[in-house]
Design a binder for this molecule. Structure first.
Ligand SMILES: *Cc1c(COP(=O)(O)O)cnc(C)c1O
Length: 378
């Protein structure tokens, strides 16, 4: 069976990148590898739209999230966490693990985030050191107003704006410097068209100043040490050498396409996915849907888990189901990374076969027709 990976991470990898990663291992304390790191550093700055260094870690995305807590805060500090799904909960759980007092803004899953609510919470609690949020809450497909929240936090010199952009960086506009994002986190297996195993963090001057007094324990994720090494085209520990070779290739591909074109492509693919779902009589779950991933509600009487499992088992399309309170209620199709219009058409065709199998009544071909029509100018 031919398989199509359309999950919100890990995502499909271009053959050019796969081949790069199959090359013999270079030693990392040697000039050939340092050349690769030098190029990657420059292109990461382009991707994050920052003049500052973007740190590279050998870990999944969560490693950079954890570091964004341990390198910035001290025991007993307060931080606001926006919780509206699995990944928002993760921020709060990391804070808890390190003895940081999490002040949680709990939103119904899939809802919008009102920046005024963040400011109200900031004003009601003195000494909040950081606000932790997602650009896209991948578990619900909701997109949050990073620009507006960051513009507000800019006026609070004692508070950092920290964004988990793991399904935002390389998906839609998220310029770190222009929007005053103090820490911007990314991961390799989402929009960067790589296997899992690399995490990234762009760090502002304001955040580096916080780092000077932060007292939480840290060892592997010591950002100040990573910065010193990165400036010499090195990493503190043995890097994921093959992945960084692949990263050079994938960043090169992103640069060749141009970030603006990447954003346009992904936006168009997500639009077509939503339109096709609606043409089949289905509803999109999130109030403000992200271009990264579309969470679609299972129709009345059909189990969302059955949709996702049938898509995978019978039709070779790997999407994702719903988690926790959304289990059985939604299924998700991603459009980030190495995705094109034929991925969307394939996914919608497989969805139609699946819905027919599960007894849902609709007009066959209507979703595919809508997808094709929505994609015609992309
Ligand atoms: C995938 C993802 C993560 C990272 O998860 P890892 O499994 O640690 O890579 C974090 N936040 C968001 C929003 C994600 O989509």
């Amino acid at each position: 069976m031919k398989r199509y990976l359309l999950a919100p991470g890990p995502t499909a990898i271009p053959p050019e990148v796969l081949l790069k990663m199959a090359e013999p291992i270079l030693h990392h304390r040697n000039p050939l590898f340092e050349e690769i790191v030098a190029e990657v550093r420059e292109n990461l700055k382009y991707l994050f739209a920052t003049k500052k260094e973007v740190l590279i870690f050998a870990s999944s995305g969560t490693g950079a999230m954890e570091g964004a807590v341990t390198n910035m805060l001290s025991p007993g500090d307060k931080a606001i966490c926006i919780r509206s799904g699995k990944f928002g909960e993760r921020w709060a759980n990391i804070c808890k693990a390190y003895g940081v007092e999490a002040i949680n803004i709990d939103l119904p899953w899939g809802d919008d985030l009102d920046p005024a609510l963040v400011e109200k919470t900031l004003k009601a609690n003195s000494g909040v050191k950081a606000v932790y949020m997602q650009a896209t809450e991948t578990s619900t497909g909701a997109m949050f107003p990073v620009k507006e929240v960051a513009a507000m936090i800019k006026n609070y010199p004692e508070t950092l704006m920290v964004v988990d952009g793991i399904t935002g960086v390389g998906v839609f506009e998220l310029p770190q410097d222009a929007w005053n994002i103090d820490i911007l986190v990314a991961g390799s297996q989402k929009a960067l068209m790589l296997p899992p195993g690399l995490a990234f963090a762009g760090v502002s001057d304001k955040a580096w100043a916080f780092n000077k007094t932060a007292k939480l324990p840290r060892f592997y994720f010591n950002w100040a040490k990573e910065l010193t090494n990165l400036e010499k085209n090195q990493t503190n520990f043995t890097p994921a050498i093959s992945l960084i070779g692949g990263l050079r290739e994938s960043l090169g591909m992103i640069k060749t396409e141009g970030l603006e074109n990447v954003y346009k492509r992904i936006d168009g693919l997500a639009y077509a996915t939503r339109e096709a779902a609606k043409a089949l009589g289905l509803k999109v779950f999130a109030k403000t849907p992200s271009p990264a991933v579309t969470a679609i509600m299972a129709p009345e009487g059909v189990d969302g888990q059955a949709i996702y499992k049938t898509l995978w088992k019978k039709y070779g399309v790997t999407g994702a189901g719903g988690q926790d309170q959304l289990k059985g209620k939604i299924f998700r199709l991603a459009t980030l990374g190495y995705a094109d219009k034929y991925d969307v058409i394939t996914a919608i065709a497989a969805l139609e076969f699946t819905l027919r199998d599960l007894g849902y009544k609709f007009e066959m071909g209507k979703g595919v027709a809508k997808a094709v029509d929505s994609l015609k100018d992309l």
